[in-house]
Design a protein around this ligand. Sequence first.
Ligand code: ZN
Length: 537
Amino acid sequence: MTMQLATLFGRTLRQAPAEVDSRAEQLLWRAGMLRALAGGSIALLPLGSAVARRLAAALATAVRESGAQEIWLPTTASESWPETVIDLARRDLDSYRQLPQTIWAWRRRRRALGRNRASLLDLPTPTTLSWAGLALDAAQAQTLFDEMRARLTATLQRCGLAAVATTLDVSTTASLIVDSPAASLPTLDCPACRLRWPRDLAPLPPLPAYDSSTPSASLVETPAANTIAALTAYLGIPTAATAKALFFTDQRSQRLVFAVVRGDREASLVKLAAAIGAGELVPASAEQIQACGATPGYASPVGIRDALVVADLTVANGAPLVAGANRPGYHLRDVVFGRDWQATVVADIAQAEAGDPCPHCGTARVEGVGALVGALTAPQPTAIIAQDADRQNRPLFLVGIEIDLEPLVHIAVDHHHDERGIVWPTAIAPCDVHIVTLGRSEAVAAAGQTLAAALRNAGQAVLLDDRDERAGVKFNDADLIGAPWRVVVSEKLLAADQVEVRRRAADQAIVMDRAAFIALVQSETPGDQSSATTLNP
Ligand SMILES: [Zn+2]
């Protein structure tokens, strides 16, 4: 199809709105590809949509060609992709004869981000290509994982997204995070092995276990020591020797959640909510805390009833700690998890910080900022049992890859623009050829339409600037929109059946025969495949 600028929904702008502060997003605004909606969400207008569809088509083709089968997920899933796949596999897979299996879907992935603003990088539920493999053992799962990573890496590179492709090159479960001048997600990064985590989700490796010669717990009077700071000052102990009690209400289930972390640590609400499948967590009221037998300011998990107790790995390693006595003015010394108190769930819920070791190589991690563009799930056993060829029951292994579509449009512009505008990689450009007609003659207008039709028949996507504008305005807009080819049709050129052609990345235009130009474009550009794509709305 030919898009015509005179009637295109979304016009070019001299300037982006003042609140748009990143270069990439300013260009997308000015090129008429992106707009913000009143509710704080984003719309890709037809030219921007064309970019997203080409990128989607390229990614979907890579996955389809692997033999993966598509499933349709019509709503925003509250479950994670691995949970969705396990849920499906539980009902339909139980034998080695069905394995390995690979499935994929377009879905809306719910992401936990620190910041929520009108930006392609910060969408809370981006459109996500989600692929998963199910295998009879870890080795088979690893093979599926490696093959799909190689396919997607090649596709991303072809689409001018080498920075994103690089993030796939890890052999572990990981968030895919890339740099961008507009990135706002706080991260924790390993400078040695290059792994990066959203800071709220960064794992904290377990701390050393304790020495078993701990005496039994004993009551100690601690007047007015109702904070960790007051307690450590009064007893003359480090904060790391205390247990901190935190109370929340799960807004989804209305359950009281009692989290326990070491005194020198904060809890990550994102990790805590994920560990127990909770909705939003809000601080619990004093009445709720007292109802489970705890005393605000002197609370501890010792002797608690009717609460969901979540112990962080920092307190569940058997180290003796000072904890509240659930009695005003008193604490307990040498309280040991497993001996003096139990938890409903033991999980890594503490906030990891700069300096904490990388769980893979032990290097001290540093704080950073990045853009979240997907996730990898390395081979992991599931609770689903299948029979192998020897009729032995084995757990199925799962692998997964998720790639968020809209942030990639932004990242592509980060890497492909100049002072004049966007310079789209050919594979994801909104159109292959941008035709500019000069002058008001009907012959030129007709020639523009004829050329557009010829290019379309040659499999090219065309944008025709048929507006009644000055040449300078049209040329500036062609540079701004950034199609790989700009071709000028004018009265003078028409007489010789010629066109003036310029590659977007080049400085000089050349004049050539119309037919030769069509052949040249056809030989270099892949043609428009986007109409073959279906994208889950
Ligand atoms: Zn590391």
